[in-house]
Structure formats: structure tokens, C-alpha cells
Design a protein around this ligand. Sequence first.
Ligand SMILES: Cc1cc2nc3c(=O)[nH]c(=O)nc-3n(C[C@H](O)[C@H](O)[C@H](O)COP(=O)(O)OP(=O)(O)OC[C@H]3O[C@@H](n4cnc5c(N)ncnc54)[C@H](O)[C@@H]3O)c2cc1C
Ligand code: SF4
Ligand code: SF4
Length: 936
Amino acid sequence: MPIPTAPYDRVAARLAERLPEARIVTDPLRLMTWGTDASLYRLIPKIVVVIESEDEVGYLLEVCRAAGVPLTFRAAGTSLSGQAISDSVLAVLGDSWNWAKVEDGGERFRVRPGMIGAECNRRLLPYGRKIGPDPASIDSCKIGGIVNNNSSGMCCGVAQNTYHTMDALRFMLADGTILDTGDQTSRAVFRQSHSALLNEVDAMAREVKADEAFAARIRHKFRIKCTTGYSINAFVDYEDPIDILAHLIVGSEGTLGFVSEVVFRTVPEHGHKATAFMVFPDIVVASQAVMALESQPVAAVELFDRASMRSVEDKPGVPALVRGLPDEAAALLVETRAETPDELAANVTRVEASLAGIAMLGPLSFTTDATEAAKLWNVRKGLIPSAGGTRPNGTSMIIEDVCFPMEKLAPAVRDLRALLDSTGYTDATIFGHALAGNLHFLLAQDFDKPSEVERFDRFMKGLAELVVGRYDGSLKAEHGTGRNVAPFVEAEWGERATTLMRRIKKTIEPEGMLNPGVLISDDKEAHIHNLKLMPIASPIIDKCIECGFCERMCPSKGMTLSPRQRIVGWREISRREAAGEETEEWRALYDYQGIDTCAACGLCATVCPVSIDTGLLTRSLRGKRRGMVARRFGEWSARHYDSVSVAMRGAYRIANLARTLLGAASVESLSKTARRMAGNWIPIALASLPNAARPAPKHPAGGGERVIYIPACTSRTMGPPDGAADERTLPEVVESLFAKAGFAPVRPAGLANLCCGLPFDSKGLADVAATKAAEMANAVLAAGPGLTVVMDASPCTARLRDALAGRATVLDLPEFLHDRALPRLDIAKSDVPVLVHMACSLKRMGGETKMRALAEACSNRVTVPVGVNCCGFAGDKGMFRPELNEHALRHLCDDAPAGGVGVSSSRSCEIGLSRHGERTFQSIAYLLDGQAAPKR
Ligand SMILES: Cc1cc2nc3c(=O)[nH]c(=O)nc-3n(C[C@H](O)[C@H](O)[C@H](O)COP(=O)(O)OP(=O)(O)OC[C@H]3O[C@@H](n4cnc5c(N)ncnc54)[C@H](O)[C@@H]3O)c2cc1C
Ligand code: SF4
Ligand code: SF4
């Protein structure tokens, strides 16, 4: 491990005394890539450490204090104001913080800071409840960030943010003391041990309450959303200094302590919803509508200015009328929710009545159709992607977040637009949570010229003058102060409140060790320091906004790099190359962390707001890295694919023989030794490797509905794993199911030489892969024009589907079995526990529901693991980089009962799944065939 410079060498050395080396990051590539959150700022940490327990946090605090170095905590790193980065020690939440417990029949939710917000709501759904805070980033951001930013969103307003829905908080102060406000003993002990601190908090509260004008000012400011500065409303809302302290921690952006657990009072999640998109002649009329809606039973009222509508008007689902609207038009997306259909209908009637007499362009019409509503919400969700996707390459996308008193919304939007135009941000879009007066706007900004930095500075100062000076609003409504508005806290709050905020910091965290420069700063130009550059690197990734939404999907996150980090790293290497700086060490690090440990699964693209598939970058870099000899071998293999398949079967046979003679563990160990001696090009003979497949069975004679069936190369070469109860090959099982369900399979001619091209594509030989895919597509079309095509390995189905797009219907095996075979079969349902792995390609094709339904048709005890995405085996990568597979599947069995069977839809994934899944994994076709009979 490279040792960083003093005093960080001491920190790293002391951390290594207690923590495993893998959790202490000091190499330049990963440090650089941890230096980014979703904001416009970058700071490169000296050490990144993954923390897993309160004990470790206590130790880390002690080590940092002894070395005199600052410490910043980080959850998902989706913050937009620069509060989740550090140039010192960055402590990242590890897996163990992903814990929660539903209490009081769903009325309360106890959760630790590593759980993603949407996962909390998934666990609460059966109780008809959810957590109050609802940031748009809820699918990615974690409780640690939600609490410490006091995040909110479209429905929660002020009333349902963490501050207002928190029942208890457990946190650690910088001196290592833990206070659990829900535990009377902890409160009593803390009162004794920290009486001086509590007295000072109490004194501040008394002073605030005694100054009526000031107390009224605080109440007034927090009527609307406000995350500028500390939550000083705690002084007017609470009496007990412990409760005041806990509420000051909310929204403190990691500057006062470490939050290790929170208990939320949950809010209802109504099952019935109606949505309407309403268009108005201008923002003034739209604002009248917002005022009318304020007293109505509406859950969300989202505002769009004309520029924001224009940015999405060509997207699917956007009402056609939007395209022809005049420049002044504005729109509202309104949702009302209820517990019953009758209540919902009454809500709609009330809302419609409240808007009678307000001029609209187009009809006022609510829909209760979930698909239609989803389309409308996609209009809203499409705003960030479209702005991100159309901004010039090399620019950052800045998402600002202000709040105006709702009654001043119309003039405020007009003035904001004028400010944006006058500072050259004519393309900026304005939208937001109108009911809360909370507006967001998106800017594209390049920071590589001093004049551009100066323009942004001018804009920020103009914004402060407009929001605070003219409208008495908040400069940060929900995204947190961070570095972005730290210099403007005094402008917004005035001297009295700012002095109070400094006193809060001094009282609770006197050493100033936690997240310095955030929320309160002496740097009057913090908003224009440490700005992030977005060097042009590759058309595949240039649109990335570094939001981090992709990270949760990635099998290598937490082991090497996440997709966002791969992009940040590649941007830096590209910048270095362009600037003539050293890249050798960086490239060497990137080879393993960026390229070799990316499974190229493409799951990152499924959640990316600008649809970036970082796997494509990996593949293109693999292609460039590949030497001429390897390329020639790839081309030869493609031409002689039948011989390669024979050789593969031979290799599996030899490995199987060796396992029989020497034992599976010894063979694996021998192959590892050979690898150590000869190099990483030698695969590991994993104990879970399959036997060779028997030659493909002859088609059973007999009639039935004809379908083209393509056994993938893996099904043609790999037999069942050692010790499998059912020793048939997958094609034998599939054909048995076809026979039972009355289908007559047809195979394309020359199957032995056909391949969808995936093995070549994943090794960076895109052209060879495309040729193989085209060959297979032609063979399929020749085999039976118009016939449905079924393929038995999800990754290969996905490729063949692309190759035959618009020319043939290609069904993945689980989809075919669910849609076409299941209705023709009788199933003897069992109680055998079934653990289902959803292959990434199956997920990308949207096959999860059908896969689950198939498993549930066979068993009453089905588990689909949460938090397992790609298995990381990635074709043959599991034999070369088994650590990726192990890391990706570390939570596979967390929620599964012991024993039973594992099912999947990709033969190669099943090798790694069987290795780490405590049971044998086979295609779901085995499970179904074992319990299916022809329908009587
Ligand atoms: C496209 C996009 C849309 C967004 N939409 C919204 C929105 O609608 N509403 C909204 O409010 N925000 C929004 N955000 C901002 C951000 O996602 C939220 O503020 C989110 O709650 C941050 O959570 P996180 O897990 O990413 O926290 P991080 O960014 O990792 O951390 C946030 C802060 O919390 C501190 N912290 C984290 N964990 C702890 C801990 N255990 N103890 C002490 N301090 C800790 C960090 O030091 C940091 O200061 C959006 C972001 C993006 C990129
Ligand atoms: S790849 Fe997409 S999801 Fe990931 S950080 Fe970039 S923009 Fe965000
Ligand atoms: S392709 Fe898969 S492994 Fe690679 S960065 Fe994306 S999610 Fe991670």
C-alpha cells in the first residue's frame, strides 16, 4: 500500500492497526475518483476509509484528532452543493450500515445511515407507509445523506422532512460520545457527561426565545423550505436541550457528528392516485392555480416554465399540445392521492372545482391509469436527462435549488429568468415543487476559463440578491448549503443568525474537525473555489453529470471502482494525456480497477439519467488494449467456432476428470498455483465448473407449434455441475418442456458454428462480434420466417434481439416459458426454497416479473435477493477475476432460507452463483420441467 505524506502517513498507519487494508484507500486513481460528488466541486482526499461500525467511527475520530486532520463522512455522494467531498480523510459508509427495522406495525421505521431511501419505502410498502423525505434521488441516496441534508422532494414539503418526522436519533459527537435520544438511559448519561454542552445549547435557546423578533424571523424563514445554514428552528420548536441538539444535527451536513441510526415516524402511502398535466397561458395564471391548489387535497404540484417544457417536448409521453405552446406558457403537473377510489374521486372533484375560472390552454383532465400517469411523471423526470444530454461536452451541469414564498412565485420566476438571460444562461430551464415555492434550474457551465468562473460568480451574487434581497427566500431549499452557498449564509440569514450558527459549531464540534468549509465558511469565495473540470474523454461518457445514480447497480462498487468513478478516472487520464502529464501509473491502475474488474454488464445504463453504459467504455478500452496476436486469435476463433466449442468441451472433460481423480479443491488450488507462476492469463479451474455437455439431442419427432430454439454456446458446451440432481443438459430439459407444452422446436442450420457474438464483444472485438451476430441472425431468418425465436441464455437473447430487431420476435427462455408454455402446463407446486438470480441481461430486457412469476408458479418459498444486481461472473471473468464474482455476490444468501435450489437464466452466471450461493444454481427450466406435466 503506498504511504501518503505526513500527517496522513500516521493516520493510514494507525487505521491499518485496526482495519483491513482493503478498506483503506490511498492509491491516486481511487483517491481522485472519490473526490467527486454530484456537485460542481472537486476535492481529492488523502485517505478514503470504509467504516463499518460505531467502534470504527470512534477510532477514526480519535486518529484524525491525534493527527490534527479533518474528516468528512459520506453516504451515496449524490449531494449537489459540495458537502460530500474532502481534501483530507473521507469516511465512506460500508455495507453494515444498510440495516432497518419496521416498528409499531409500520408507524415507525428504525434505520441506519447506509440504507437507500427507496429501499426503506420498499420495506414499508406492505404496511401502506413510507418515510416522509422524498428527494428525487431517493433511488440512490442513503439515509445518512437524507438526514444530514434534511432532504425533501415533490410531496414532502416542509411538514414531512426528516426534521419534522424524526422520532429519535442516535449519533456520535466528535469526542466519541454516543447519544441515543430514544433511550432514556443514554439521555440521562449524556446529561451527566455533557452538562456544559447542554447548558450552552439551552442558553442559546433561551436567548433566541427571549428575542421575540428573532424567534419570529426564524419561524418565518422555516415556513418555507430552507436548508441554508443549521436548523436553528430547533431553538424555537423544542425545550429539552437534547431534543434541540438532535434537531440541530438534522441538516448539519456532517459538520456536527456522525449519525448512526434514526427512527422515523412514517407517513401514509396512499394506494389510489390521479394525475393531471395542466397548461396555462403564463406563469402568473399558473401561480394563481398554485394558490388555489394550496388548500386542496393535492400531494404534488410541479411547475414547468416554457424552456423546461421545450427541453422535453419531443420525448415519448409528453402531451402533444406542448409542442405548439407560446413562449409565455407554463404548466403544472398535479397529483392527488387517497385511500379509496371514492375518496380519490371526491378529491378530483374538489381540485377541479378549485380551478374553475382559471384560464387554461387545453383540457383539465385527471387520469387514474398508472401507465398514463407514469408517462406524465416521465415528463418531469426527463428534465434533468434532457438538459444533461444536450449540454455542450466539457461543461458541468449545475442544478440550483431556491425557495420563494409561494405567493410571490410568479414575479420570482420572471425575475429569475431575467437574471439567467442577463448572465448568459439563456438555455437554463426552470421547474420545481410549486406548492413549496421551491424552484430548481439547470445550467450548463464550463469552468476552464477565468471569464466563465467570473460569470458564474456574478450569477451567484445576483441570485443571492434576487432570492434573499428581493423575495426573502431561501438560497438552498432542499439540497443543503455545502460549499455552494456557504459564503451567502450571512447574506440570507443576517449577522445575528450567522453568529448563532458559528456558536453552534463551536459548542458542538469545538475542534472544527468535521467537514470544514461546508455550511459555515470563512472563505467568501468558496462557491468558486475547487470547481470541477469536465475534460472531454470519449463520446460514450462525455454527457455524464457525475450524479452517482449508477453506483448502486455496479458489481465492482466498493471493491475497485463504480461506473461514476470509472468515468471520473478516465476523464482524468484523458486530461493528463492532453496536458502531457504522466499517465503510466494511472493507466496501470486503471487497467485493473477500471477495465479488468468491470463486468461490462450495462446495468449502470439502466438507471443513468443520461443513459450512459460505462460497460461500453470498458469494452472499447479493452479493444484498444488488445494486442494484434489476441485480435488474430479472436478472428480465428470466430471463423472456427465449431472447433472452439469442441475444444471447450474437451477442456471441461479434462477438468472434470482431474476433479474426479484429485478432488475439486485440489484442482482449483493447483490452477491457482499455475496462475501465480505463469500469469493471470491462466484461468482458475473453479470447483463449480461444469462437466462437458453431451452432444445436442436429436429433435423429438412429433408435432406441435413450431418455434425456433437456439441453445446458446454455453448450453452446447457446458453440462450440469458436479452433483446436480438432474444430469440432463439444458437443451434436453428445454426440449422436454417443449414436448409437454406442445411446441415443436426448429434449430437453425449450422448451429455448431453460430454464436451471438457476446464473447467477442466483451473482449473488445466489437467488429468480430457484429459479424457473428449477423451470421446468427441470417441463419435464424432462414430457419423459419415468421416463427418465434427462443434462446436459452439471457445475455445471448439480448444480443440476438438487437441483431434481429424488427425482423423476428426473439423471446428469452423465461419469457417464453411464462407467456407461452405455462398456460399449457399443469404445475405441481412445492415448498422447496427457491433462490432466484435475475441476470443483468434479463433485467435490461425487463424480464424480472415473469422470472419471479415462473418461480412462484413452482414454489411457495421464493426469494429474490435484494441488492444483488450483476453476479460479476461475466462470461469467463469469474475464472480470471474471481474476486469480482465473490464481491458481487456477498449478499446473495442474506435473506434466503437454507437449502433448496437456485435458479437463473444464464449458464455462465450459474457457475459463480453455485460457488457463492450455498446451493446449486441451474436454469429455471429445470425447476419448471421437474414439476410440470402437459395440461389435462
Ligand atoms: C439528479 C439529482 C436530483 C436530486 N434531487 C434532490 C431532491 O429532489 N431533493 C433533495 O433534497 N436532494 C436532491 N438531490 C441531492 C441529494 O441526492 C440529496 O441531498 C441526498 O439526500 C444526499 O444523500 P447521499 O446519500 O448522497 O449523501 P451524501 O451526498 O453522501 O452526503 C450528504 C451529507 O451528509 C453527510 N453525511 C452522510 N452520512 C452521514 C452520517 N452517517 N453522519 C453524518 N453525516 C453524514 C455528508 O458529510 C454530507 O455532508 C439530488 C441530487 C441529484 C444528483
Ligand atoms: S454514468 Fe450516468 S448515472 Fe452514472 S454518474 Fe454519470 S450521469 Fe450519473
Ligand atoms: S458495466 Fe456493469 S460492471 Fe461495468 S461499470 Fe457498469 S454496472 Fe459496473
